[in-house]
Every structure is written in C-alpha cells, then in structure tokens.
Design a protein around this ligand. Structure first.
Ligand SMILES: [Fe+2]
Length: 480
C-alpha cells in the first residue's frame, strides 16, 4: 500500500511502499514490459517508528534509461497485486517541452478530511459535484511529468481539532496517536493512484513537524494542547523522514529537507522553510521554533542549508538547464499577514540573496491557503520588466489544494505587486516549459479542470547560452 516514486538522479527511481510488517529484503521486480519484469532491485530499508501502524520500504532502481517507461511491482506480491509503470526523468539538457504539477497544503479528502463540510469558521466547503484536488490530479495523470507537493502533506495533525469540533469521534490523548497514523495512512492510500505512476517530490511543511497542529485549543473546555501531547514518533518530522526518500544523496542535500534534481531543461531546488534557515535562525521567526514546531535542525551546521544551496546553484549548468525553479513551503512575499505564521521574513532574509545572485527564475510556495501570482521581485522591489525578461525571481503561491479547514480569505488590500489572487477555488498548478525562453504558469481549478489564471514568463536568452553570474545586486547578464 501507499506506493510512491521519487526521482533518484537521471537514471534512477526510488520505489517506496508500506506494509503491515517488516520486510527482511524489500524488493522490486521491474522491466520494460509489464509481462517481463526481468530485473530485481533490493534493499535492507524497511523501517518504522514508535507510533506507526506500518513499515516504510524503500528500494532504489538504478542504471535505468532516461525518459523511458518501466513497469514494476513491489515484492512480495500475489495474483491480485498490480503492476505499475513510471517514466524516468528526462536527461538534463533535453529541451523537449513538458509540464509538471505542483500542489501545496494538500490534505486528506473524504469523510475524515475535506468534504462538503469544512471546519468551524472555515470557508469554502466542496460543492456537491466538485472534484477535489486529488481527483483532479488523478484525472490529469499522464499530462505532467511529476507532482511536487510543496509542504503540508495529509494534515494528520488535525486529528485533535477534528475531534474537538465533533467531526471525528472523540478518543483519548493517549490513543490519539492511532488516529493520527490512521489519517496519514488514509491520505497516502488516496495518493497512490498518482504517486505510484509519477514521481511524488515533496518539501517539508509545518504540518509534518509533529502531532499538535502548532498548538490546538478546545475553547469549550478551555484546554490548550501543545507539542507535549505528541508521542515519540510524532515529533520532529519523524513520519515525513520515514515515509519518503528524496534524492538528497544524489544532490548532496539533507534527507527529505533540501535537495535538487534536473529534469530536461529545468533544475529544481527544494528547500526547507521550517528548520535550518541559517544565520542563527533555526526556524521561521520564533526562537523556540515555528509555531512551536520544536523541530530540527537537520543540518550538521547552522548554515548547512544555505551553504548547500549556494554550492548547488553555483554548479547549475544553465546551458543544459536554463530554468531554475525553487520550491519551499512558506512564502517570502504576498498578500497575507506579515508575520511569522504567513510570510516567512527570516526565510526571505536568508535565502532571497542566493535566489537573486544565481538568477532563480521561479519560486513556488504554499502555506497560505489561497492563490496568488506576484510580479517578479527582488529585495521587496517589483521588477519593472514584469514577465518580459525580468532579472528578479517570479513568486507564485498556491496553497489552495484543500484540507479539512477549507481556504483562507485573502488579506486585503492586495499588495501592489499582486497580479492575480483567488481565495474561492481549490486548485493545483500546471507549469509548462515550452523552450528555454518561455514558461507558462496555470492555476487549475480542481473542481472542473478549468484554468483560473494563465501567465507566461519570457526570458531573453538564446537556448544553450551560459548565464554569467555577477555580484549580488548587479543585473544578471545572459550571453547570447
Ligand atoms: Fe503550512
């Protein structure tokens, strides 16, 4: 169950799945035809943690051919076990157009999550005939190379809030761990129809940190719960660490927290806005950790993530991957409350200089549960070029994938560099790379697949050109 894929370099794919018991030798049979799974890869990684109800199995398939379909089946299997397929990454430098799907703040759907009912004081329940975001992504499976989930995965840490509000039956705090794990398992099972056939690349969000939803209050009984209620195994991103295997070893990153990979003409940088912000900041804005996450750091040194990011961005071969896309959970900018819970000013202060210095093209975030497309920005100043060959990164936020608590109302007035915003529709993002100069962002309405907003970024560069990086603050220069 919970079958999921992750790129493992240009010729590798990690297959992960869960079982109710430990496997001594997790194995995957695979091949180029569904009827001929003539190769086997194995590992010794079958792991769990104290409160988990399952074991996480991870096997890396290596030596694959780029941009090629393979069929596979986790072992052991029986006659009813499905044979899945995936397509490997495009080679770095392959300039064939393609799309990716991006979602953030995507939680459990259905009777234990988002339905036609939302939490108390929340807005935007699903309409009776609306597709939810997981259903919409399923329907569009095959039209995107991979799905990036930019933090806040499952919302299992809503278990107590859902019980307090009478949405789930009450249990004890001691038994709450089982409810948390049940919600996690349900979500990952719902995602399998997507994650078993396209790589599911994840970034950490605040709801992966621990079991208490950043602090949960029962106002009727005047009780506040904090991270101290979380059992061992439900703190410090433990489930997230166990469940996924992102390509950090291939990119000298750290676990599932920061890593990079190429696909075709794009270099993707996934970063951590929850811990390891650097320069003395271990987590956004609060000395004790963001919203009392009490998590991390995961780097060996205070600035490990920043030092890694600088090395990674410096080494990008822009003649092969002219596009650089960064994905991190908390937004730096936007029409939202300008405090630690919405915009991550510490993230911006630490990380934005690198994005400017190395000419990152696009920065994606979620966390705030609505949609917004901004003008490209640097140091809080809108780039006057707009989308017509800006030198500043383009900031896009789509935290509207949906979960039990619906959507967040936009903070008005919108910032003056906001070019599109929507707080009424559940949505995911389709990003299409046409060539080395044009990329189109579409916010897709989950309910019916309609495009809510479409905008194309143009970069004036010759394909195959090198980017010259000057000192920070100077204009990026592209040699044609
Ligand atoms: Fe978040």
């Amino acid at each position: 169950m919970q079958v999921r894929l992750a790129y493992a370099g240009p010729t590798g794919m990690t297959v992960s799945w869960n079982t109710f018991s430990q496997l001594s030798n997790p194995s995957v049979k695979y091949g180029r035809e569904p009827s001929s799974l003539d190769q086997t890869a194995s590992s010794d990684i079958s792991i769990t943690y104290p409160t988990s109800l399952t074991w996480n199995n991870h096997v890396k398939l290596q030596g694959l051919v780029a941009d090629t379909v393979y069929w596979y089946q986790p072992q052991p299997c029986n006659l009813s076990s499905p044979v899945y397929s995936f397509k490997t990454s495009r080679s770095s430098g392959d300039s064939t157009p393609y799309s990716v799907a991006i979602a953030a703040d995507l939680g459990l759907m259905g009777s234990d999550g988002l339905t036609t009912h939302v939490g108390d004081d929340a807005a935007n329940p699903l309409g009776p005939n609306d597709l939810n975001t997981i259903q919409s992504l399923m329907l569009n499976n095959g039209t995107y190379d991979f799905l990036a989930h930019v933090g806040d995965i499952a919302y299992a840490d809503y278990w107590l809030k859902e019980e307090i509000q009478g949405f789930l039956p009450n249990t004890t705090i001691a038994d709450g761990a089982k409810v948390y794990e049940k919600l996690l398992n349900e979500f990952y099972d719902q995602m399998t129809s997507i994650s078993a056939s396209v790589p599911y690349m994840v970034a950490p969000g605040n709801h992966e940190a621990n079991c208490d939803n950043g602090g949960t209050t029962d106002t009727a009984h005047n009780i506040s719960y904090d991270v101290s209620i979380c059992m061992p195994g439900q703190t410090n991103f433990t489930g997230y660490i166990n469940h996924f295997r992102m390509p950090s070893s291939e990119s000298q990153g750290t676990g599932n927290f920061w890593y990079s990979f190429d696909n075709g003409m794009v270099h993707y940088v996934v970063f951590d806005t929850e811990t390891d912000i650097g320069d003395g900041r271990t987590a956004p804005d609060e000395p004790g950790g963001a919203e009392q996450e009490d998590a991390g750091p995961f780097g060996k040194m205070m600035n490990s993530q920043l030092q890694w990011m600088e090395r990674d961005l410096k080494e990008v071969d822009r003649s092969k991957t002219p596009w650089v896309v960064a994905l991190g959970h908390r937004p730096f900018y936007g029409s939202a409350a300008n405090d630690s819970s919405d915009l991550c000013n510490d993230c911006r202060l630490s990380i934005e200089p690198l994005f400017i210095k190395y000419g990152v093209d696009i920065v994606y975030s979620g966390h705030v549960h609505n949609i917004e497309r901004l003008n490209p920005l640097a140091n809080m100043i809108p780039d006057p070029a707009g989308l017509n060959n800006p030198s500043a990164p383009w900031y896009l936020r789509n935290g509207a994938a949906g979960h039990y608590d619906g959507l967040d109302p936009l903070v008005l007035p919108l910032v003056n560099y906001s070019n599109y915003a929507n707080d009424m529709e559940y949505s995911w993002t389709r990003l299409t790379f046409h060539n080395c100069t044009h990329v189109t962002n579409e916010f897709v309405a989950s309910k019916d697949g309609s495009v809510l907003d479409k905008a194309t970024l143009f970069k004036n560069r010759a394909c195959g050109a090198q980017v010259v990086v000057r000192n920070q603050g100077e204009t990026q220069c592209y040699i044609e």
